[in-house]
Design a binder for this molecule. Structure first.
Ligand SMILES: O=P(O)(O)OC[C@H]1O[C@H](OP(=O)(O)OP(=O)(O)O)[C@H](O)[C@@H]1O
Ligand SMILES: [Mg+2]
Length: 175
């Protein structure tokens, strides 16, 4: 409709940028593993793709878990969330390892934001342990273990989505 304000993306609504470097991400994943080590052992890691693949690899390496499965979900088109689409479910083998309910399985994702993705996976594996590296308040109640909470109006920029670029100085003309 004419004159109607354009819909803001999640990133535009999220005023604060929170850039994360590879180093920082690796450190945060290791910190997550320290906590998870007290909860396990786990039979398998279930990565929520695609963002969960990176922390899942690091966590599985640290915990000595060699069985890694994926649940493939698409929801955000860049930074706008649409309907959740399950492109691939959990494998029969991993389901068996989790006794059909996810017992002894570790679900890993990079973050929870609204919690919609996490909720869907929890419904598939109600007894699994759900871990994320970062959590925003709306999604936080869904997560069993996480490392850093950021405010709901923060947008996390992951190292695989970003590149080094010039940043102008804060003060005009200081360049
Ligand atoms: O808590 P929510 O509001 O559901 O958002 C969190 C999910 O959104 C992102 O994934 P995305 O759907 O962008 O896909 P990707 O992992 O392939 O980037 C992120 O990796 C989480 O999986
Ligand atoms: Mg994701």
């Amino acid at each position: 409709m004419a004159g109607e304000a354009p819909e803001l993306s999640a990133q535009e609504r999220a005023g604060r940028p929170f850039p994360v470097s590879w180093d920082q991400f690796h450190r945060d994943c290791r910190a997550l593993t320290w906590r998870l080590n007290e909860v396990g052992p786990f039979h398998a890691v279930i990565a929520i793709t695609r963002g969960g693949l990176v922390p899942a690899a690091i966590v599985a390496r640290e915990l000595g878990v060699r069985v890694i499965d994926t649940v493939c979900i698409a929801s955000y088109d860049h930074d706008k969330q649409g309907d959740l689409q399950v492109l691939k479910g959990i494998s029969e083998q991993a389901m068996k390892l989790g006794e059909g309910t996810g017992k002894g399985l570790l679900i890993v994702d990079d973050l929870v934001d609204t919690g919609k993705t996490g909720k869907l996976v929890r419904e598939m594996l109600p007894d699994a342990h759900f871990a994320t590296v970062y959590a925003k308040p709306k999604g936080r109640p869904l997560v069993d273990t996480f490392i850093t909470e950021v405010s709901q109006d923060t947008w996390i920029f992951f190292p695989w989505d970003t590149a080094l670029s010039y940043h102008p100085p804060l003060r005009d003309g200081a360049a």
